[in-house]
Write a protein that binds this ligand. Sequence first.
Ligand SMILES: NC(=O)c1ccc[n+]([C@@H]2O[C@H](COP(=O)([O-])OP(=O)(O)OC[C@H]3O[C@@H](n4cnc5c(N)ncnc54)[C@H](OP(=O)(O)O)[C@@H]3O)[C@@H](O)[C@H]2O)c1
Length: 416
Amino acid sequence: MTVHCRRIVECHQLRTANSILVTGATGILGARIVKELLDKTTCKIYCLVRAASEHEGMARIRAAIGIYGEECLDERMRGRVTAIPGDTQLPGLGIAPSTSRMLSVDRVIHSAASVNLIALYHALRKPNVVATENVAKFSAQLQAPIIHVSTHGIFGTKAFERDAIFKETDLDIGQEFRFFYYAKSKFDAERIVRGHADAGLPTIIVRPGDIFGDSQTGAYPLRTRRDADVFYDIFKTAIDLGVAPFNDDYFDLTPVDYVAQAIVALMLDPECYGKTFHLTNPDRKKYYQVINYLVEYGYRIRFVPFSEYLGLVKKGAFTNNGKKYTSKFISLTEYFSSLFDGKSLCGTFDTTYTRSVLSRKGIQCPQANFELIKTYLDYAVADGFIPPPSSQVLLSYEARTTPNIRIPALSRLRRI
Ligand SMILES: NC(=O)c1ccc[n+]([C@@H]2O[C@H](COP(=O)([O-])OP(=O)(O)OC[C@H]3O[C@@H](n4cnc5c(N)ncnc54)[C@H](OP(=O)(O)O)[C@@H]3O)[C@@H](O)[C@H]2O)c1
């Protein structure tokens, strides 16, 4: 049963937070949110984590936050971070009844989800849809306002329409999801949260873009988190092959620290409840511009027409030691181009309202420029995820005779 909280949670209570439940604290974003809470607030942080014991849960959370900086971490976590073993897919979040009775939180940040871009709906319904219902019910019972992490993916097929604009106030604008079930599951999860908001639960929804590393350090769990490298694989594949498809897609690069900073700041502003925020990078770059930054960094990469690239992929022309070269980027490129008929991502995910709110709080998304890419590449090289430009070894592929595509000069791209 949804408890109607709007009258119960007074406005002034939303200005501070004493204790927060965070789901997804072992994930890319959740761990950075916990770090932000440690850095910027004095609240107690309860992390719902899949683990057999509190001890194991703490070790998992500690390892995840450690990616973003080790400085005095144990000391800062002590007495402030508590692991709560549980599972968002289970009623009552699978929290042991004895713990549940004692638990008192005044905010819930729901970041947990299965971020699998190619899974089928039936595999995503429980971790993303049922789980969100469970978390919202739990929040309502505790009368704890919820900050729900959604995604820009819910723009769906409209993201491929040049004139389409998706505003913070929009949800259903007639978009379809075809077989992009992850986005569909997040769309359904948002509807659930909105239903609880209509019933009186104070709610903030944030829709991040594609989350990349920390803008200051580049830190990102490239090796420690399964599948976390999916976006960085876009870089790696271009570096491995020395060839990239030329297309007009917008490419979102949203630093994880920006998203975490925004979530914590919005959470402490009573005016933000009942609203939705777009946490994509307002500095929109095209895919080829980002690849050009890799070239500027020192890698040898040439463009071929998108259709030709797809053709090469389909006939297995990229080989590594005689074996067909595969990568997450290549699989996703094939998958999404078939889903969306090879159309470009060209719609506008509007951030005007979000920027106006965040700029008053002194928060601005770092520009998606060469400096940011350099920070990410420096980190990925130091981590051993990609070779430095001096050690780049190009894999062989057929049809090297294709003339290179003429692209705008780098100096001009820098100003775009
Ligand atoms: N990454 C992106 O680019 C991106 C972009 C837009 C929106 N988002 C959204 O941002 C949120 C965080 O994403 P992320 O990139 O941080 O994902 P992630 O690294 O895959 O982390 C997912 C987190 O959810 C937890 N989780 C999953 N199922 C759970 C369950 N049944 N019970 C408890 N915990 C569960 C995971 O726990 P385990 O460690 O036990 O697996 C992990 O802590 C998600 O809601 C996602 O949809 C992400």
